[in-house]
Design a protein around this ligand. Structure first.
Ligand SMILES: Nc1ncnc2c1ncn2[C@@H]1O[C@H](COP(=O)(O)OP(=O)(O)OP(=O)(O)O)[C@@H](O)[C@H]1O
Length: 279
């Protein structure tokens, strides 16, 4: 479980990026974090793993007070938090397997990681994860030989290899086509359910978020202005989050996506009709 309490962040420039943010995410729940550019989404995610130091407030991961950890012990806290990135952040010249095993860097002594010697239990776990994300036949391939969707699957397996208690996921589909985006979202949701992992997905695509996640948090100017199920995200809520927005363009995008992918057509059409109802 993740609990964020009265979190604020004011940068040295005076920008108030977070103004007292409160929420709790129970085990297994995936939250879509939406909001316009500059609303504080990245700052929130970075404050949770303390890549950015919060100005005040608390972050609890289970019983662990992440905000109270001395800087020297952050490595221990961070290995409990898996990160998945928009641009995958793989080491291109290493194999898929080596990339997945790098998820264990926080657990092994430096010499082992330098020599890339990992305990057999970590290796068998990595094989099981590659099987789970559908890449078992690609374990020996170099990362730079993979498609975008396959790379993101490696990123997911790497995050899981570190046996996290929380996933922080930053724009996981921004570099992918609509069909692959839906496959990746589906995979993330399934895995979080299976492992009872709480997760936050920073996501620009409102329709994609609505189609998959069970809860959406909307940020505007550093404050939570919406927190609820996707169906409650009506015109009022969207206006509160984004101000006036070009709903027609978003709806057209949803229609295009629906015709693009027969398998996911029903889901995308559902998203389009939901938008039509609120537009
Ligand atoms: N390193 C920094 N120094 C000063 N101000 C910053 C810094 N990083 C972010 N900000 C400011 O904090 C606010 C929130 O930025 P943040 O990047 O968290 O928003 P975001 O919602 O993630 O935006 P985007 O969707 O464009 O990535 C903005 O006003 C931004 O200019």
């Amino acid at each position: 479980m993740l609990r964020v309490s009265d979190l604020t962040k004011t940068y040295k420039t005076g920008d108030k990026a977070l103004k007292g943010v409160n929420f709790t995410i129970p085990a297994g729940q995936v939250v879509g974090l939406i909001g316009p550019s500059g609303s504080g989404k990245s700052t929130l995610i970075r404050c949770i793993n303390r890549l950015v130091e919060p100005s005040s407030g608390k972050v609890y991961l289970g019983d662990l007070d992440v905000t109270a950890m001395p800087r020297g012990r952050l490595r221990t806290a961070r290995r409990r938090i898996g990160m998945i990135f928009q641009e995958y952040a793989l080491v291109e010249r290493l194999t898929v397997m080596e990339n997945v095993l790098s998820g264990r860097l926080g657990y092994v002594p430096f010499w082992r990681s330098f020599l890339r010697r990992y305990p057999p239990a970590y290796v068998s776990n990595a094989f099981a994860l590659l099987d789970r994300v559908g890449l078992i036949d690609h374990a020996d391939k170099r990362a730079d030989a993979l498609s975008g969707g396959q790379r993101q699957r490696v990123g997911i397996a790497r995050a899981l290899e570190q046996d996290p208690e929380l996933l922080l996921i930053d724009e996981p589909t921004a570099s992918l086509d609509p069909r692959t985006s839906r496959q990746i979202m589906r995979l993330i949701l399934e895995i979080c359910r299976e492992r009872q992992l709480p997760a936050i997905i920073n996501i620009h695509d409102v329709l994609l978020a609505q189609a998959f996640v069970e809860r959406i948090i909307g940020l505007r100017a550093g404050e939570i202005v919406f927190d609820g199920p996707p169906d409650a995200l009506d015109t009022d809520a969207l206006t509160r989050i984004y101000g006036e927005e070009d709903w027609a363009a978003m709806r057209k995008q949803a229609d295009d996506d629906a015709s693009d992918d027969a398998e996911s057509a029903a889901q995308a059409r559902e998203a389009a009709s939901r938008l039509a109802r609120i537009a």
